[in-house]
Design a protein around this ligand. Structure first.
Ligand code: 8YV
Length: 327
């Protein structure tokens, strides 16, 4: 029997996934779940046939330069690959795969929750109650804003953006979107969606904005200070994609000054650090990157990783290959 490939997994994964990986490959697990230092990550790249990283690993050009002769595949556990220098990996001849589709519905559910929680001031209410500050119902107490009938601008209408639109439509929200590519007429009609080719024009008219695009060099600080200044004063900003798509310091400033209505964020520019000003603001919902955090989703993600590794090792094209966006 051929020797099993050495697969190094950088973080603790669900038991079912780890057990299957142990059966199929010569797998090195991280049972303590301590994030790897850059040195440990470099050592993994030097010795493995396959590395299975997550969003918490910073796979920059330096780490990629340390890849040993055996390393051929980076099978990312997660769909976003902004933490991997794809161009450097491609130059080095490394194949990259990710785990699309299986986390779409969970991430869209969480995004929809943020779309409701922010305007309805839910986490504010919970904080008040837990702090012992609730002295009973009152007609004018803690009033939020209705989401039914409002305009939602979705930035990035891929799998997750579309799944968010489907949910929001069910809540009676008007769907608007900006995307590099326009949806098919059929899908646009189904979602009753309005396409804006120009992002600057769209954001000026929205009541709620939801960021659902990947983080790439092109989308870094897409919601810049200048763009945040274009929003209506009651606009809510929702982000369950990647923190770096919004200029977090500029967002904190706009919120602090009351220039916009509020924000509901599941992701941050320098996780796990959150901008100090955001921490102190009441009209901000802050969640610890829970977008795809369901047991079912994590197991499905692990199964995707296994299929990608197995097909690659067996000499076939892995189903979820990520190619560099060459211009
Ligand atoms: C994952 C995510 O938790 O898959 C992604 O891109 O943002 C998250 O939902 C994480 O990335 C796992 O590596």
């Amino acid at each position: 029997m051929a020797e099993k490939p050495k697969v190094i997994v950088t973080r603790k994964l669900p038991d079912a996934v780890e057990t299957r990986m142990m059966e199929l490959f010569d797998t090195q697990l991280n049972l303590e779940d301590a994030p790897l230092s850059q040195d440990q990550l470099g050592a993994a790249f030097a010795t493995a046939d396959v590395v299975v990283p997550t969003v918490t690993d910073n796979i920059d050009a330096e780490i990629i330069s340390r890849a040993g002769p055996k390393l051929k595949l980076i099978a990312n556990f997660g769909v976003g690959v902004n933490h991997i220098d794809i161009v450097a990996a491609n130059k080095k001849g490394l194949v990259i795969t990710n785990t699309p589709d299986v986390l779409t519905e969970d991430t869209a559910d969480l995004t929809m929750a943020l779309i409701i929680m922010g305007p309805r001031r839910m986490s504010e209410g919970e904080r008040m109650l837990r702090a012992g500050g609730w002295d009973g119902w009152a007609p004018t107490q803690h009033l939020g804003h209705r989401i039914n009938g409002k305009r939602l601008g979705i930035i990035g209408m891929g799998r997750i953006g579309t799944a968010v639109a489907r949910r929001a439509l069910g809540f009676g929200i008007a769907i608007h979107y900006h995307n590099r590519m326009r949806l098919s007429g059929e899908l646009e009609a189904e979602l009753e969606a309005t396409y804006w080719e120009n992002l600057d024009q769209m954001i000026r008219h929205m009541d709620i904005l939801s960021v659902n695009c990947p983080l790439t060099p092109d989308t870094h600080h897409l919601l810049s200070e200048k763009r945040l200044a274009m929003l209506q004063p009651h606009c809510f900003v929702v982000n369950a994609a990647r923190g770096g798509i919004i200029d977090e310091a500029a967002l904190a400033g706009a919120l602090k000054r009351g220039d916009i209505g509020g924000a509901a964020l599941d992701v941050f520019e320098n996780e796990p650090t959150v901008h100090a000003d955001l921490m102190g603001l009441e009209n901000v919902v802050l969640l610890p990157h829970l977008g795809s955090a369901t047991l079912e989703g994590r197991i499905d993600m692990g199964e995707k990783v296994i299929v990608n590794v197995k097909t690659f090792i067996d000499g076939h094209k892995p189903p979820d290959r990520v190619l560099p966006n060459l211009k």
